[in-house]
Design a binder for this molecule. Structure first.
Ligand SMILES: [Fe+2]
Length: 271
């Protein structure tokens, strides 16, 4: 099966749809219910990103690959118009780079983008080095829901530093729509307006309390930020699905050209 089929529609790059391996879908029945709900919203492609190394769940790449193959085959049998690609939501940990180099970690689909989760309380000291070293290896870190990280909420410049080093950031639909409370909602929109968000996804865990809401979030983005930003986020999710480069931000293209760019950043590290 071509894993990238479905990549021209709405793509969700961060989900917990695989059955029984983390705090997402409990079993195959729930996985299929989630898939039906996603397809009904107009989602055509989902990257399955179970928790990995978060202190509670460990889901090695072989398990993910096997379950994604089975889910795709069940969806096909049930004629549900949705494709799944492999991924992991990897908590930053001390052996991250060595595990990466020994091939133990998954990117999102066949792309050079890897989904990284920080603890909710702070930004670990190793984040800068991991983002930077990955970039040297041709891989880009995508930081999962920074709007829920206490240090970023307090000081968005901390996220801006990671973005300058080469990280991208993903905001969660529920955060934008107020599902995690007013403070997180405010933080999510602040980061969007500062140009520190590159991707929107559901981080869907459950149909009742944490479902997809991709369509609703994109509609809110269109009304708050304009259709250009909606298209930017939609295109970036498709770019990850299809292993292509992300787009330049709508009104930040000129700013990027003016800044010293990557050469300036490298000189900070003496490399
Ligand atoms: Fe997640």
């Amino acid at each position: 099966m071509n894993g990238r089929a479905g990549g021209t529609g709405m793509i969700d790059i961060h989900t917990h749809i695989l059955p029984g391996i983390d705090d997402g879908a409990a079993d195959w029945e729930h996985s299929i219910q989630m898939a039906r709900a996603a397809a009904a919203e107009g989602i055509t492609g989902i990257i399955a990103t179970p928790h990995h190394y978060d202190g509670k769940y460990s889901n090695d790449k072989e398990t993910v690959i096997e379950l994604v193959a089975e889910l795709n085959s069940r969806l096909s049998e049930l004629a549900i118009p949705l494709k799944i690609q492999t991924g992991q939501e990897i908590r930053i940990h001390s052996e991250f780079l060595s595990n990466w180099q020994s091939g133990k970690l998954l990117t999102m689909g066949e792309s050079p983008y890897v989904l990284i989760e920080m603890p909710s309380s702070q930004i670990p000291k190793s984040m800068e080095q991991v983002v930077y070293e990955l970039r040297l290896l041709g891989v880009r870190a995508v930081i999962a829901h920074p709007e829920r990280n206490a240090e970023v909420v307090q000081n968005p410049d901390r996220l801006a530093e990671l973005v300058e080093l080469g990280a991208y950031a993903q905001v969660t639909t529920h955060s934008l729509l107020g599902g995690f409370g007013r403070g997180i909602e405010k933080s999510a929109w602040t980061l969007c307006r500062r140009g520190l968000i590159h991707l929107v996804s559901s981080d869907a865990h459950h149909l009742e309390w944490r479902s997809f809401k991709m369509k609703e979030a994109y509609e809110r983005i269109e009304s708050e930020l304009g259709p250009v930003w909606r298209r930017y986020f939609e295109r970036n999710a498709q770019a990850i699905w299809n292993a292509r480069e992300l787009s330049d931000q709508p009104n930040l293209v000129q700013q990027a050209a003016k800044s010293g760019g990557w050469g300036k950043i490298k000189s900070l590290f003496g490399k």
